[in-house]
Design a binder for this molecule. Structure first.
Ligand code: ADP
Ligand code: MG
Ligand code: MG
Length: 898
């Protein structure tokens, strides 16, 4: 079995299709090399070795791969004309992680490996550049110390131990930038770094390059199981057994002086999707310098540089002198880079995110991958690539991750509120959107407030979890490719980065802008589209959906097979859903209509009545109110099917539980307080979710079913008179036996016939049931004899199949997921293994009796991508989900059918 794959010098053992084995980075390095793009030579140790390492441990792994690694290093030596560990002509290497999907910054990388006290002298002589050699050495000790030897900050408001030493020296020397260190400074730093490592770990810094190499390889494997990576994996549901590959590669040096540099670029705008090449770079810098925000990065293109200067309020002269674009500073390097970005985008047929380094006037490409992007950019890029003929319609649909659409549907700032607001600072528009929240300064405190804005000098991969929880992210340092910006765009989270006017103090937990001081808990707002930082709360409004989004939805319509309906209880929701393209309503919950002030009174009177007569009296009051609701909903849906569920929740949810409201009710109804109290006590249940609810209500109080049927049918007839078609589908909840269904269905049909006679007019309607009690799925063949349609109520079905109370599951589900007992929350994602069987079986048995039985789903799962796909595969006619999930379900519907 091959465990090591080589690349470099326009050839490669692997290619971009081998991501599972070589990781994304390794596979793309191989592909680029074969394409003839200049990639420093190197090799990839496969992800399988990572898994072997987890089973067998370090020594066994070295044994397994030693020969291949040694030969591959020799191969790099030949290509580079230098020797690993040599004191005169040394080869330095980087050791990089790379899982099959890109997890930016989640795992570890070590640069400049192979240096020690003797090699550094050789490197200095050979390159005739002492500054560069010692800068590389101090960087190596810093990275190796952190990654392999565990030299991390001791507490969260501490800075990195090496940064602290550097800050101290800068202060002493009165300098600002890393590039201002003298050779002697760098030598002192190296000495201090090693000393600190020895003091804290008790270990000497390893001098043998091979020992360094094996240490770094194992550290990369270990980083797959580090906290950051594990959190990221869990967030995306990536399994632990994927492992990471290790890429070992010849170093190219961006820190050799003013003719060198390093940068990051995107073939299109990752925020808006605009088709403009863009990116950032730094002269005389290495590795993550651009991303980490140690200096203000410069723009790649002239246009980008001008746009940036305008935001940063920098004059043209100042810009040209201090922050020229790569296009202006090194035109031929820029042209070459521009050529590669074009080649790579066309080759991968998707927006690329690339890393490059310029070593003494020569360009090297170090990485390419499909770039992370916002929801808006996702849609625009897919539609643009389609128009440019780079991809076809199906590919365009498949290019979009459905959940990304969610962001587009989120609120934006209300323009009038925005005009009145007070802008306190200007940063870069790193990730678009509108965010309002209360300031927190530490990622692990993001959950402190319901709406929080994470405010940091800069973010690091450790902050991922908090960034995910916060509504928005604000940083004082870092550019458009900084960690905060890249991660925020990937999450679709609003972010303003590099707002230089902010003064952040972690110790006092304050944010100072001019003479204005903000504290932890104060409200601020971020406009990720303009980069504005705004004082206080700003009102938001619904976004407008047009252009590319509408084009995408039309395309989804063309390929989608399973229909998408919506869950809507009000005409307003129904209208929103229709605007998003819903093809009917799959669930209207009638009980929500009872909670309005005057209605709840009538409802309570109904519940408290001791006689049928009293109940009917109260129901007569409710009838016209329900009828109006249904008329509104039918009208909003303009002839599309509307499924209405009869009363479902236990009655105790409607009665007052507080003394004051109980008194009020007693007075209103002219009965004693005690009578009210008695009734409330009577309705008390040990387990209301399994109690007197659903069709059990309608079967014990048939007059409720009668009233609701009357409201539905009369509403439909009224609309018919106005020339509006409507197709009611009356749905009986919580059926477990055929008899339960039959009794309800009989009441519904009798009531309808009575109304038809009264009005001397008829309409067509269906009577069906929810399948949400496991027994109903099992006897679906019998129920289908009587029912016109099935709708799987997967919330209750999941609750009853697992025996997990939905209202109590939050106590143990998170722990279950953490411990791996469950992979995901079954109330979010359909449990295909268990609950899924009941859905399949119920559908099959139902259709065995009635081949064209209409089947759908109306639980929360109806808008969750993997669940929608499951429903399609089960052969359902439709899914139904909340209005804002409709576009997502429509896209999945198309993707599933492709
Ligand atoms: P990540 O996966 O977190 O992006 P990388 O492995 O890409 O980590 O490496 C971190 C940084 O080091 C990147 O900026 C990369 O370009 C740089 N780098 C990696 N290998 C080399 C190399 N051989 N020569 C120069 N720079 C390198
Ligand atoms: Mg990288
Ligand atoms: Mg239910």
């Amino acid at each position: 079995k091959t465990r090591v794959y080589r690349f470099g010098n326009k050839t490669a053992d692997g290619n971009s299709k081998m991501k599972n084995l070589l990781g994304g980075k390794g596979a793309n390095l191989a592909e680029m090399s074969a394409l003839g793009i200049p990639v420093p030579p190197g090799f990839t140790i496969t992800t399988e070795v990572c898994t072997e390492y987890n089973q067998l441990g370090k020594d066994a792994i070295i044994e397994l791969v030693k020969e291949e690694v040694e030969q591959s290093i020799a191969n790099i030596e030949t290509q580079m004309g230098s020797v690993f560990g040599d004191k005169e002509n040394p080869l330095l290497i980087s050791v990089r992680s790379g899982a099959r999907v890109s997890m930016p910054g989640m795992m570890d990388t070590v640069l400049n490996l192979g240096l020690n006290d003797e090699v550094v002298i050789g490197l200095a002589k050979r390159t005739n550049n002492e500054q560069f050699a010692w800068d590389s050495y101090r960087r190596f000790i810093q990275m190796y110390g952190g990654v392999v030897m565990g030299m991390k900050p001791e507490s969260k408001d501490d800075i990195d131990p090496f940064e602290e030493i550097m800050e101290h020296l800068k202060h002493k020397r009165g300098i600002q930038l890393d590039t201002e260190f003298t050779v002697q400074d760098l030598k002192d730093l190296v000495y201090d770094f090693k000393d600190t490592i020895k003091k804290r770990t008790g270990k000497d810094f390893p001098t043998d390059p091979w020992e360094q190499l094996w240490g770094a390889i194992m550290a990369v494997f270990n980083s797959w199981n580090g906290d950051r990576a594990v959190y990221y994996r869990n967030m995306h549901g990536y399994p632990a057994d994927w492992g990471t590959a290790v890429n070992v590669q010849a170093m190219v040096y961006g820190n050799m002086g003013d003719n060198s540099g390093t940068g990051v670029c995107f073939t299109r705008d990752a925020g808006t999707g605009e088709n403009v090449f863009n990116g950032e770079y730094l002269i005389n810098a290495q590795g993550e310098d651009v991303v980490a925000g140690v200096r203000t990065p410069q723009q790649i293109t002239k246009l980008g540089s001008q746009r940036w200067a305008k935001l940063a309020k920098i004059e043209e002269d100042d810009r040209l002198e201090n922050y020229p674009s790569l296009e202006e500073l090194m035109p031929s390097i820029f042209n070459e880079l521009n050529e590669y970005q074009d080649i790579l985008e066309k080759h991968y047929r998707d927006m690329q995110d690339m890393e490059f380094t310029i070593q003494d006037g020569k360009l090297w490409i170090l990485q390419t991958r499909n770039g992370k992007r916002t929801g808006a950019a996702t849609v625009k890029i897919a539609m643009d690539l389609l128009k440019e003929g780079m991809i076809n319609e199906k590919e365009a649909l498949l290019l979009i991750e459905p959940n990304k659409l969610d962001e587009l549907l989120h609120p934006i700032f209300d323009p009038t509120a925005l005009k009145r607001s007070n802008v306190i600072a200007q940063g870069l528009p790193a990730s678009p959107g509108a965010a309002t929240g209360r300031i927190v300064f530490f990622a692990d405190e993001a959950k402190k407030y319901k709406h929080s804005i994470l405010v940091r000098i800069e973010t690091s991969p450790e902050d991922l979890e908090g960034m995910n929880i916060a509504k928005g992210i604000l940083t004082a340092r870092g550019g458009m490719t900084s960690h905060a910006a890249v991660v925020a765009r990937g999450m679709g989270k609003c972010c303003v980065s590099g707002a230089g006017a902010l003064n952040i103090n972690y110790k006092t937990r304050t944010l100072t802008v001019g003479d204005h001081v903000f504290h932890d808990g104060d409200w601020i707002s971020l406009n990720g589209t303009t980069g504005n930082v705004i004082e206080g709360k700003v009102a938001t409004m619904e976004p407008e959906l047009s252009g590319e989004f509408a084009e995408l939805m039309t395309l989804a319509e063309k390929y989608g097979e399973i229909k998408v309906r919506t869950n809507a209880d009000t005409p307003k929701d129904a209208k929103i859903a229709r605007a998003f393209g819903a093809q009917g309503i799959g669930l209207t919950r009638t009980e929500h209509m009872f909670f309005e002030v005057d209605r709840i009174k009538a409802m309570r009177e109904m519940i408290l009545a001791n006689t049928i007569k009293g109940r009917k009296h109260a129901l007569d009051e409710l009838l016209p109110m329900q009828r109006v609701d249904f008329e509104g909903i039918f009208e909003a849906m303009q002839g599309q099917s509307v499924t209405i569920r009869l009363l479902d929740p236990p009655l105790h949810e409607f009665v007052p539980h507080q003394l004051a409201t109980q008194k009020e009710l007693a007075e209103d109804m002219h009965i004693s307080l005690q009578a009210v109290k008695n009734k409330v006590a009577e309705l008390e249940e040990f387990n209301p979710m399994l109690g007197h609810r659903g069709c059990r209500l309608g079967n014990t109080y048939p007059e409720i079913t009668e009233m609701q049927t009357r409201a539905i049918i009369e509403a439909a007839l009224n609309l018919k008179e106005r020339g509006i078609v409507c197709k009611p589908e009356i749905m009986i909840p919580l059926v477990g036996t055929v008899k339960e269904f039959e009794m309800q269905s009989e009441i519904i049909r009798d009531t309808a016939n009575k109304i038809f006679e009264e009005r001397d007019d008829t309409i067509e309607f269906l009577v069906g049931t929810m399948i949400e009690v496991p027994r109903a799925a099992l006897v679906a063949d019998l129920i289908a004899e009587k029912a016109d349609f099935f709708s799987f109520g997967t919330n209750d079905l999941t609750q009853m199949t697992f025996g997990y109370s939905r209202d109590d599951a939050s106590k143990f589900l998170p722990i279950y997921i953490e411990k791996g007992i469950l992979k995901v929350d079954p109330f979010e994602v359909i449990d295909q293994e268990g609950v899924g069987q009941l859905i399949k079986l119920g559908t099959q048995r139902g259709r065995a009796t009635k081949p064209n039985l209409k089947v759908g789903i109306c639980g929360e799962h109806g808008g969750e991508p993997s669940s929608v796909e499951f429903c399609y595969n089960t052969g359902m006619d439709y899914v139904s989900c909340s209005p804002y999930r409709v576009p997502i379900a429509r896209l999945v519907s198309a993707q599933a059918a492709i």
